[in-house]
Structure formats: C-alpha cells, structure tokens
Design a protein around this ligand. Structure first.
Ligand code: MG
Length: 164
C-alpha cells in the first residue's frame, strides 16, 4: 500500500509539474543514460525509479528550495547581487550544482558520473530548461532535474546488479 503523501512531497511534485517537468520527462533522461547497459530496459521501469527518488525527503527539500529561488528570481524579488546572478544563471555561481549534489549523493559515487555526463549532453527536457529565450528562470531546476535522473539511474543500476 502506498503511504499518503504529506505536504512537502505533494508540493514538490506539484511544483515540478508547474515548472514544466513531468515524471516522464525525467524518466526519458534515465532511459537515455541507462539504455546501453540494460538492453531490456522499459520506460515504465525508468518512471518507477524516478518516482522512488522523488519520494525521498532530501530530494523534496532540494526541489522546494531550488524552485523557490528560481521563481523569486523570475519575479525580480531577490536582493542584489543575488538577483542578477540567478537571473543570468551566472556560470561561476555554483550553488545550484551544490544543491543538486545533495540528490546525486544519495545513491553513491556512480551518480556523479551520470550527473556529469547528462549535464554536458543536455538531452530532452534539459535542453528546454536551458533555453534562455523563454523568459523563465531555471538556474536551479535544470541541475535538480539532471540530478534526479542521475540518482534514478544509479538506483536502477544498483538494483539490476543485485538481480543479475
Ligand atoms: Mg544551473
């Protein structure tokens, strides 16, 4: 039986959707990362692993914190110099990546390899989130989504290793 979602979890899931990221979008990234290692991999397994990662409190906390800062930056509500740094997604800022590491960390060092790879390639939803012409601010969200995909890939890989 599935346990009832509390306020933190339901808000984190709702905010992901509202910011244009579905479970399916993240599952597509997992599929992209893991397909070559698991030839029988299905998209349903990817969705399941993404769902289990998002069920973790550390992940929900990172989602809520990151998206909140993105929204405030989008609304010009932060004080300078942080407002300009976040709004322009300044490359040397780096706190967005540090926050994402709190997600990648959960499943050990294999997650970091996946995260680095996907952050460089920017497939699927990551490309949309990095499109600066939309007027949206996704300084934190792009790293969070990449991190959830990397963590879900690690979870999948660990479980596959246990089965084989
Ligand atoms: Mg970023």
């Amino acid at each position: 039986m599935k346990k009832k979602m509390d306020q933190v979890e339901s808000k984190a899931r709702k905010w992901l959707e509202e910011r244009g990221v579905s479970l399916q979008d993240i599952a597509d990234l997992v599929y992209y990362l893991q397909k070559k290692y698991h030839p029988n991999l299905t998209i349903e397994e990817c969705v399941e692993n993404v769902d289990r990662v998002i069920a973790k409190r550390e992940v929900q906390n990172a989602i809520l914190t990151g998206i909140q800062l993105d929204i405030l930056a989008e609304q010009n509500k932060l004080d300078e110099p942080l407002q300009s740094i976040l709004h322009s997604d300044e490359g040397l800022y780096g706190v967005d990546e540090i926050l994402a590491f709190s997600i990648v960390n959960i499943y050990g060092s294999i997650g970091f390899t996946n995260y680095g790879f996907i952050d460089k390639q920017k497939p699927g939803i990551l490309k949309n989130l990095n499109d600066k012409s939309t007027g949206k601010c996704h300084t934190f969200l792009d790293d969070i989504v990449g991190a959830i995909a990397a963590a879900a890939s690690s979870r999948l890989a660990h479980r596959a290793a246990n089965v084989e």
